[in-house]
Design a protein around this ligand. Structure first.
Ligand code: GLC
Ligand code: CA
Length: 555
């Protein structure tokens, strides 16, 4: 698995498959994905042609936020397996040439974490409480200590009762009330997380995705935010935000980087950072900090030539300035699936906060665009994140109200649909009680028609999503211009709604955002097209092609 000393580190151009473990494959017929199921599908992952998997949180947890509420960072939830099985899985993945990244949740623990239980039992001002943010309320203790709001809805504070059963202090939770925020000024917190990193690195884990990487450090005194319009996210970019992107957070990552570099081979980090300003984002990937950041800027862009081009330029500019690779990704477990998002009349809205206001979806159009987007994304220089099921062209599933589990749905009292639609278990076969996901049902119900998108239904069908991804991933590995971070250059396009770029040697990608065929502006042979039909020398509407340029057509 080690990189050749002369080659670039693996994470610079890796395709990383985000594996939502509870919805990937169920090995013991309880309706929930697990390590045994995952192990049985390592061959599928290897055949797909990805370089690494990122496994979403598998730790012991009461699962009030799908495992992003960790009760024990050194234990795997029994419903997924044991730490021993985890180690065996890592070895099996390595043997298949796949690296393994875990998800670290350092901003908050679960309220079931031993530290929080101890804090509740301790007095105000105690060392136990100082690992979190406990404060007296305002108005004689009746109101929250400040005006911060939870990302999931409602205030970011919950009041506890004291030893005599009277209302006591309030604690901070930027997410659900079962996710108390840790106090990163505490030495206990800092040393605990370094220890947790070592625990998993020692087991062979290749890296970590860092959950809400921008939020760990809060402004001294926890000052009011002063929401002008009541919106939580409206002013994430404002200077001196009291709980996002504070300069002091970088010190934590510098120390983690040293730790990762002390391993052979060095381990890597990817930051989850929802920052709209690419320059602020680039600070997380300075040479002595994290290695990469998820590119949520690209993910949030509308599907238009202009908007995608701006996102690509801004992303490359931001990361190349600090010598880090750019990453690209079209979706994840927090947002609507690509097919659904791109099937809307307006693709410019902020994903992840869905509600009925979004309007109807044209899934056929969404699928065409998602196929084009796959070719666009896999042709860009840098590393790519692929969310499980996107390679099957899955759309968001309609999850019946009584089956929904996302705290966004619960805390918003049904005003926001939440993220369950993107988390429904994968279909592996057209038939069976859960379409081959397991032998006995699925924890989130699969919608009618799910089996049509099954892996086995697509395998071998050249027109399928899966084969498009396999072909593109294979070419990405074998074509000398792809992978790596080689030269990227925009070229003249025949129309405003078309993007054309080349990479050396001899490769071009043409994306047509319009609804009529566009001429191919360069002289070359089509390597792959997002539309399997005969395109007669054109780029199909809502489509894309990859070209091998004829020597004369090269720059
Ligand atoms: C991140 C995760 C999301 C989770 C939240 C709180 O945004 O991706 O799923 O709900 O953090 O941990
Ligand atoms: Ca299971």
């Amino acid at each position: 698995m080690s990189d050749d000393v002369t080659s670039a580190p693996w994470w610079q151009d890796a395709v990383i498959y985000q594996l939502y473990i509870q919805s990937f494959a169920d090995g013991n017929a309880d309706g929930i994905g697990d390590i045994a199921g995952l192990r049985s599908r390592v061959g599928y992952l290897a055949g797909l042609g990805i370089d690494a998997i990122w496994i979403t949180p598998w730790y012991r947890s009461p699962l009030r936020d799908a495992g992003y509420d960790v009760a024990d960072y050194r234990a795997i939830h029994p419903r997924y397996g044991s730490v021993d099985e985890g180690r065996e899985l890592i070895d099996a993945c390595h043997a298949a040439g796949i690296r393994v990244i875990l998800d670290l949740v350092p901003n908050h623990t679960s309220s079931d974490h031993q530290w929080f239980v101890e804090a509740l039992g301790a007095r105000p001002g105690s060392p136990e409480r100082s690992r979190y943010h406990f404060r007296a309320g305002r108005d004689d203790g009746q109101s929250p200590p400040n005006d911060w709001l939870s990302v999931f809805g409602g205030p970011a504070w919950t009041q506890v009762t004291d030893a005599h059963g009277h209302p006591g202090e309030w604690y901070l939770h930027l997410f659900d009330s079962s996710q108390p925020d840790l106090n990163w000024d505490s030495d206990d917190v800092r040393s605990e997380f370094e220890d947790v990193l070592r625990f998993w690195f020692d087991l062979g884990v290749d890296g970590f995705r860092i959950d809400v990487a921008t939020a760990l450090v809060k402004a001294p005194g926890l000052p009011d935010l002063g929401y002008p319009d009541g919106a939580f996210l409206a002013d994430l970019t404002r200077a001196d935000h009291p709980h996002r992107d504070r300069d002091e957070v970088h010190e934590i990552y510098r120390s983690w980087r040293k730790l990762a570099d002390s391993y052979d081979p060095p381990r890597m980090f990817a930051a989850e950072a929802w920052l709209d300003d690419p320059d602020r984002l680039s600070r997380y990937v300075r040479p002595d900090e994290l290695h990469t950041t998820l590119n949520l800027y690209y993910l949030k862009s509308a599907w238009t030539a202009d908007s995608m081009r701006r996102a690509i330029d801004a992303s490359i500019a931001a990361t190349s300035g600090v010598g880090a690779p750019t990453t690209w990704g079209l979706s994840n477990h927090d947002v609507e699936r690509v097919v659904t998002r791109y099937g809307r009349a307006d693709t410019s809205r902020r994903p992840g906060v869905s509600g009925p206001e979004l309007g109807p979806v044209d899934e056929r159009l969404g699928r065409r665009r998602a196929r084009a987007a796959a070719l666009l994304t896999l042709a860009l220089p840098g590393s790519v994140y692929l969310y499980q099921g996107d390679e099957l062209g899955l759309a968001d599933a309609h999850v019946p109200e009584q089956a929904r589990q996302d705290p966004i749905w619960i805390r918003s009292e049904g005003r926001r649909w939440g993220r369950d639609g993107a988390r429904v278990p994968l279909p592996w076969t057209p038939d069976g009680s859960s379409h081959g996901f397991g032998d006995d049902g699925a924890w989130l119900p699969q919608p009618p028609g799910w089996g049509a998108h099954a892996v086995s239904a697509q395998e071998g069908d050249d027109a399928s999503f899966l084969e498009l991804y396999r072909t593109a991933l294979h070419l990405r590995r074998t074509h000398p211009a792809l992978g790596g971070t080689s030269e990227f250059q925009w070229r003249d396009a025949p129309r405003d709604d078309v993007l054309v770029f080349t990479r050396e040697p001899g490769f071009a990608c043409v994306v047509n955002f319009g609804s009529t065929p566009a001429p191919i502006p360069l002289d070359g042979r089509v390597l792959v097209s997002s539309d399997s039909g005969d395109t007669a020398g054109d780029v199909p509407p809502h489509g894309a092609v990859w070209l091998e340029l004829h020597p004369a057509g090269r720059a």
